[in-house]
Design a protein around this ligand. Sequence first.
Ligand SMILES: CC(=O)SCCNC(=O)CCNC(=O)[C@H](O)C(C)(C)COP(=O)(O)OP(=O)(O)OC[C@H]1O[C@@H](n2cnc3c(N)ncnc32)[C@H](O)[C@@H]1OP(=O)(O)O
Ligand SMILES: O=CC(=O)O
Ligand SMILES: [Mg+2]
Length: 525
Amino acid sequence: MTQTTRTRITHQPHPQADRVLTAGALAFLEELHDRFDDRRLELLAARQDRQRRLDAGELPDFLTETSDIRAGDWKIAPLPDDLLDRRVEITGPVDRKMVINALNSGARMFMADFEDANSPTWTNCLDGQVNLMDAVRRTIRLDTGGKAYRLNPTTATLLVRPRGLHLDEKHAALGDRALSGSLFDFGLYAFHNAHERRSQGTGLYYYLPKLESHLEARWWNDVFTFTEDHLHLKRGTIRATVLIETILAAFEMDEILYELREHSAGLNCGRWDYIFSYIKKFRTRHDRILPDRAQVTMATPMMQAYSRLAIRTCHRRGAPAIGGMSAFIPVKGDPQKNERAFEQVRVDKEREATNGHDGTWVAHPGMVALATEVFDRLMPGPNQIGCGKQLDLTVTAADLLTPPQGKITEGGVNTNVDVSIQYLAAWLDGRGAVPIHNLMEDAATAEISRAQLWQWAHTEQRTEDGTPITPEGLTRLIDAHANRLTREQPGREARIREAAALLQTLITQDTFEEFLTVPGYQHLT
Ligand SMILES: CC(=O)SCCNC(=O)CCNC(=O)[C@H](O)C(C)(C)COP(=O)(O)OP(=O)(O)OC[C@H]1O[C@@H](n2cnc3c(N)ncnc32)[C@H](O)[C@@H]1OP(=O)(O)O
Ligand SMILES: O=CC(=O)O
Ligand SMILES: [Mg+2]
């Protein structure tokens, strides 16, 4: 254990810790912690209070106390030039090779992810900061022996997604409290890159994950304002796109934009966490059960209402509404499956562009050209903010809350077990995004799988053929899948058993775990 200013770093030194955890950077993190961490914990407690009310039967609705904000005529601050055209955004973990590949991918934007796509090991989190510092300075390189990675002359604009409010950085503590993962990721990127960014004529651009209310947006806005003052940055140097990826935030889109209006760069439809949040918030309600994960597509009325409302809300406020991630990725060695994957992505992107989204997300460089072609064809200008689409739309609470029709199938149950074990095993290995059955899987998609298993077992659902879904039955299924996976993946038995044990606890315990990454983090070094 080493003592550095007031912050205790409780892990063996990272080889580049001297670059990242400088005295100045730690002092800044301490300022953020002292000013904002009590409020963060209060906001997390407020989430629990809200959950208790939902468990008692309350349903979300648009807030009465903020109706003047929804009715009012206001706009977010004008967008900087480099955030006007965001037609294709690639996302990926903060791994060095991925950062270079994503910046070179031809996408307009790259969201470097400390959240869903990152397994927050100490190494990954500190490596990520080093990689971003080098990317901002354009010195990032990698030689793998077989290949030399360098930045192209033209690269994507960088956006950074810090961890959500629920995650701690357990390797850095102040007093008896771990630092907030959000403030750690946000603060280090801001501290090390603000002045470089300013000298390059641009700003610090972020994505904010998993917000559940406009009060959480207010917290982030206060963090931004303090940071700008502290680092002597002009107001609005920091701009953030908020992911609308919880069912509760869908009822507060205007309010979230309003709170962040000096710092906003719009909203994004984070569809996977949105589905997870719907399951989580209504976990005990028999009238809100979702069918198999594969059936909850963006074409369903509930998901269409959410995406169209995001577009309408953003465009009334001069803000971009970015679409979401199709989980289809290129399929190697099977041209037919590959063609189907591209077709799925094409349909998804055409739906988004036609509805009025101003850009979209792709998971893989192989999908950049396709998504760009769709948006070039259907979005002639840099964005669709003034296009008038969705402006006459009315979305009711029922539109957002009515679950899509569909079935729970034996295949759906098996897929959820299989994907959950495989993803957890990868995450525990330090990989936060992986291809499984030719789909991109990350923390958000895996959350859907494990949350469905808990909900189906605890609300006594049956598959379409009448088989009851029970904790005991799921335990047997987890064992069977774990046995098969250990045979298929020699050398990984211990990890697969660890993942299976974690999954079993998550889905058989009486209480629903808020995030799988919270107990999972206890297993990570
Ligand atoms: C719900 C949400 O939050 S979505 C946002 C969070 N999720 C993500 O960001 C997932 C991003 N995608 C990925 O991580 C990856 O595409 C995966 C894990 C799904 C698949 O990765 P791989 O198995 O490595 O794919 P594949 O082998 O086809 O990669 C081919 C090349 O593309 C690169 N690549 C693949 N995906 C990406 C990406 N998102 N960004 C940059 N480079 C990428 C690989 O590094 C590899 O490079 P190389 O040829 O130089 O070695
Ligand atoms: O972060 C994105 C999502 O879909 O979840
Ligand atoms: Mg998400």
